[in-house]
Design a protein around this ligand. Structure first.
Ligand code: ZN
Length: 124
């Protein structure tokens, strides 16, 4: 009987922990999620990356549930969402055009994803 009680209280505690975290971001690409995590870390917000290696492993789950996703503390949710929105609205830098193939690239890329040519020098 005692062990049964112990198991019950453990589940309750885990459930409480779960509630204290809020999912603020998810995407099919780990690269995008890693970028979002950098945004949060830069803003001084602790976050937790989940499902990093899960994609494709759980065939029974809806696709989006297997995506990499970012969780933050309940108290940081508003702050985190604001930081992410700000990062999405105003990327640090300007779009650049690849000298190798003419592809338009977003500022966070230092290299052309299409042909591999290096981007313009940074921090100017
Ligand atoms: Zn290129």
């Amino acid at each position: 009987m005692q062990s049964r009680q112990a198991a019950g209280s453990r589940i309750t505690r885990l459930g409480t922990l779960e509630d204290a975290l809020k999912r603020v971001y998810r995407a099919a690409s780990l690269l995008q999620v890693a970028h979002a995590r950098n945004v949060l870390i830069t803003a001084g917000i602790e976050c937790e990356l989940r499902n990093q290696y899960l994609a494709g492993a759980l065939g029974d789950l809806p696709m989006m549930e297997t995506w990499p996703q970012l969780y933050v503390d309940d108290d940081d949710e508003t702050l985190a969402l604001r930081a992410l929105a700000r990062a999405a609205a105003a990327p640090a830098g300007t779009m650049w055009t690849c000298s190798g193939c003419g592809e338009q690239l977003e500022p966070q890329f230092t290299q052309c994803w299409l042909c591999g040519a290096a981007g313009p020098p940074r921090g100017v």
